[in-house]
Design a protein around this ligand. Structure first.
Ligand code: T68
Length: 842
């Protein structure tokens, strides 16, 4: 076993002083005080909430790292297949609350902090979100890490340690302003591994020569070296000692602080510049969601991260002394979108150029190792790299891509002779000027499975963007794994009262590990007492959100009103513009009513939140319009409580934890066929909110699970979108009359300078209405009226809410991870108890 390598006496000494993680309040308090007094060099007289947060986190951090160590030892000893999840984004949010709940010691911490004079909620609030992601894709990666650990899979995440995460959003005079998110001042959750450093090469040249056996060798040399330093973040599973690893790479100049040679020869400035250039690689997260901009620094980030991760993975494999052909039995690498696709090329390079394998032998290993997940069909989001740019940065990789493409096209030609158009269509190289590398095609060719993230989306990729590849590789290569969310964070942590209420009825918290157990709730859907408690919890969550809104925006909202929420990245395809046009329509309707008519209305609070990419002008215009509409509506005496419009600044994971449990209705209203899945839709329903939405992404499967009578669906179907667009461009176009009235009001200047919004209204009435806002507006407004009516019958509304929650079992990320494990990775979990019995680890 692992321990056999250490002689008995030393082993005894180690054992005797082995760290024993705290398990009770007294031990926790001792740890907190020790950290305050020594690690933080403070005392009880100057321990504020920040220091209490720091000390409590350090206490939990110590606990996690001991379990982390044991888990890694166990997994090394077991020597089974590992999963590596490569993602440029991990949108983790806060760690302390999650750690406390996952290790089952929040009560202990609560009591301990109380004894020391603090409120646990205030302490938790001190933490800065780890916001290394844009939106759904990054948050999905975070949910997957939670499930992988909770299910006892041996799995590592690999990402970049950005110094700046997604920017902070401020709203000034109704406009979005971006503020840098420097989050690393104090981060107790990461462990720098200054001993794990990988040299990463860029630029340079390729030399070809023959070795002594006459074999062609390609050597990539020259160029520059940047160092990748590992930082490890422990990922605790829920109610298991398994603690997995998220390894994030940080860039550093190869010459250390700076180049002393240059410094001594008087070239101080350029030595500093070299260092800064190296550190720039991991400096900032690109803030675009569903958009590819093809910048060189982004390509550098991708290669830097992928090369460091593969070096690490290959090094770990080599320690096992197995034959190369066993690599895919030991290693599964999942590509979160095309961002890590270079890993395919890099592994082929390692095997052929550095390890001397034959091309075909290497390629069989590579293509059996990778799986690729697609997250979008939007053309502007599909990654492409300019060949000249790529050639300069990664000359050897370009040659390998050309070879991959050549062999691929040759095989296509053999199977489909005389289909010249097909070859051009599926080529990894697009023959444009400049030529472009199509990363999705490379990912498909180099993986053994390709999956979409919801049923509709997986069907769409097979019939549209990847249609030719289904013919070439057969349909079995393409599969669906519908997204999921972790019920630990999105129910238990975000909505503790609801979680406890559910637990009290269905025999404890077991549903947090097997979400299908929620079905037991269905028999309470008509239970009067239970419904009252259910409603009370929703109300309390709304009161909490109302308080947050008051303190951040100054707007007073009535918690008894219907809370209608749309929080997600700002994007035309997500159609926040349709929502705000609907709000304007409602406002105009109210204004035209008599006081008597107004009395019958359902008061509503329209809550928006979300960041716009800094360069996405139209998205910023939508934010501006929302804020301007709010300024008018919220101050109109005729309207009062009947309508309020709120834009919540800086929407992020920890805001989501407040907002989602407080929603009555949330909006998931993308143009059909554009939202690959959506995951917040699942979070809202799991927290007892109803949905108004289109037949898009996971909304469709949510409807299948919870039933059509529990969701407000509207709008055109994906299958009709193409024809409608065609009709806009080639037929006669008439704006929906209600929408036309809304536009007239905007143009009159009711919501500020009309010119500010002309591009927005113009994109609909003059430029083809690509997202079908006008086509769907009528059914949207009608469906909102149904929502108003339904909300008046609270009794029925609450039954719908309970029934829906009871039927959400399918949408756990645990189910989702088990599907990946079975149909893509071919791995099985290993329970710590079982492993320890085998390994003799005490
Ligand atoms: C989202 N994609 C999908 N992309 O939009 C959403 N893009 O439907 C889906 O539920 C989610 O992925 C999880 O599958 C994104 O969030 C990005 O953030 C992104 C980032 C960089 C480049 C392109």
């Amino acid at each position: 076993s692992v321990e056999a390598s250490i002689p008995e006496p030393q082993r005894a000494a180690w054992k005797k002083y082995q760290t024993r993680p705290f398990t009770n309040t007294e031990q926790f308090e001792r740890e907190v005080v020790r950290h305050v007094e020594t690690t933080l060099a403070r005392s009880m007289f100057n321990c504020d909430e920040t220091a209490a947060y720091a000390a409590a986190s350090l206490a939990f951090r110590d606990r996690l790292i001991t379990e982390w160590n044991r888990t890694q030892q166990r997994q090394t000893f077991a020597d089974g297949k590992r999963v590596y999840y490569l993602s440029l984004e991990f949108l983790m949010g806060r760690a302390l609350d999650n750690a406390m709940l996952n290790v089952g010691l929040k009560n202990v911490a609560q009591q301990g902090l109380t004894d020391l004079g603090f409120r646990i909620e205030d302490v938790i609030e001190q933490e800065h979100d780890a916001a290394l992601g844009n939106g759904g894709l990054g948050r999905l990666a975070a949910c997957f890490l939670d499930s992988l650990a909770s299910l006892n899979f041996a799995a590592w995440g690999y990402g970049l340690r950005y110094r700046y995460g997604i920017f902070k959003q401020e709203i000034i005079d109704g406009y979005q302003v971006e503020v840098p998110d420097y989050w690393l001042d104090f981060n107790p959750w990461e462990f720098p591994r200054h001993d794990i450093v990988v040299d990463i090469q860029f630029y340079g040249n390729v030399r070809k020569y023959q070795d002594s056996q006459g074999k062609q060798i390609s050597l990539w040399d020259g160029g520059e070296i940047v160092k990748a330093v590992a930082y490890d973040v422990p990922i605790p599973g829920f109610e298991t000692s398994t603690t997995n690893n998220l390894r994030l790479w940080s860039s550093k100049a190869a010459s250390g602080e700076f180049d002393f040679q240059k410094f001594n020869s008087g070239d101080y400035e350029s030595s500093v510049a070299d260092q800064q250039r190296a550190e720039t690689i991991s400096a900032v997260l690109y803030p675009n969601d569903n958009l590819d901009r093809g910048k060189e620094l982004r390509l550098k980030q991708q290669y830097f991260w992928v090369a460091a991760s593969l070096y690490d993975i290959v090094r770990r494999f080599k320690k096992s002394k197995r034959a190369w052909k066993e690599f895919p039995d030991q290693v599964a690498i999942q590509l979160n979108d095309t961002h890590p696709t270079l890993a395919i090329v890099e592994l082929q390079r390692i095997l052929v150029d550095l390890e001397g394998l034959d091309w075909d032998e290497a390629w069989a290993i590579v293509s059996n190792t990778f799986g690729y997940t697609n997250h979008t069909v939007l053309p502007e989001a599909l990654e492409k790299w300019s060949v000249p740019l790529f050639q300069n940065l990664l000359p050897r990789h370009l040659q390998i891509i050309y070879d991959i493409n050549l062999f691929f096209l040759q095989s296509v030609e053999r199977t489909f002779p005389k289909e010249r158009d097909l070859l051009a269509r599926v080529s990894i190289i697009e023959e444009s000027s400049p030529k472009m590398i199509r990363m999705a095609y490379l990912a498909i060719v180099g993986s053994h499975k390709v999956n979409g993230v919801a049923e509709l989306h997986s069907d769409l990729i097979k019939t549209t963007i990847f249609k030719d590849f289904v013919r070439i590789f057969g349909p079995d290569k393409f599969t669906n794994v519908t997204n999921g969310i972790t019920p630990r964070r999105w129910l238990h942590q975000a909505n503790p009262r609801l979680s406890e209420l559910i637990a009290s009825k269905i025999g404890g918290l077991g549903f947090l590990k097997d979400l299908t157990l929620l079905s037991e709730l269905e028999k309470y859907a008509d239970d009067k007492e239970f419904k009252k408690e259910w409603q009370e919890i929703k109300y309390a969550n709304k009161v909490r959100l109302a308080r947050h809104i008051k303190s951040t925006t100054g707007i007073t909202v009535n918690p008894a009103a219907l809370f209608d929420v749309q929080v997600k990245r700002m994007h035309e395809y997500k159609r926040q513009q349709m929502n705000i046009f609907g709000v304007i329509h409602r406002y105009l309707t109210i204004k035209a009513m008599t006081p008597e008519e107004r009395k019958k209305l359902t008061p509503r609070v329209s809550i928006f939140g979300g960041k716009a990419a800094p360069g996405y002008w139209m998205a910023k215009t939508i934010i501006h319009l929302i804020n301007n509409v709010g300024a008018v509506v919220n101050n109109d005496k005729d309207v009062g409580d009947l309508l309020k419009v709120v834009f919540v600044e800086d929407y992020n994971v920890s805001k989501a934890e407040i907002i989602i449990p407080a929603s009555d209705v949330s909006e998931h209203i993308s143009t059909a066929g554009t939202e690959a899945s959506g995951t917040s839709n699942m979070k809202f329903v799991l927290n007892g909110g109803l949905i108004i939405g289109t037949c898009d992404g996971a909304n469709i499967e949510i409807t299948r699970e919870i039933g059509e009578s529990n969701i407000f669906l509207f709008g055109n179907l994906a299958e009709d979108v193409e024809d409608l667009r065609h009709a806009h461009n080639y037929g006669s176009y008439t704006l929906d009359p209600a929408l036309a009235r809304v536009f007239d009001e905007i143009k009159k200047g009711t919501f500020g300078d009309a010119a500010a919004f002309s591009a927005l209204t113009g994109s609909i009435e003059d430029h083809g209405d690509y997202y079908l806002v006008s086509d769907d507006f009528h059914s949207y407004v009608q469906t909102q009226a149904l929502v108003d009516e339904a909300y008046k019958n609270q009794d029925e509304w609450i039954s719908k809410s309970i029934t829906s929650v009871a039927r959400m079992g399918f949408f756990s990320s645990d189910r989702c991870i088990n599907e990946y494990a079975e149909s893509i990775w071919n791995v099985e979990p290993q329970s710590p108890e079982q492993a320890e019995a085998g390994a003799g680890v005490a």
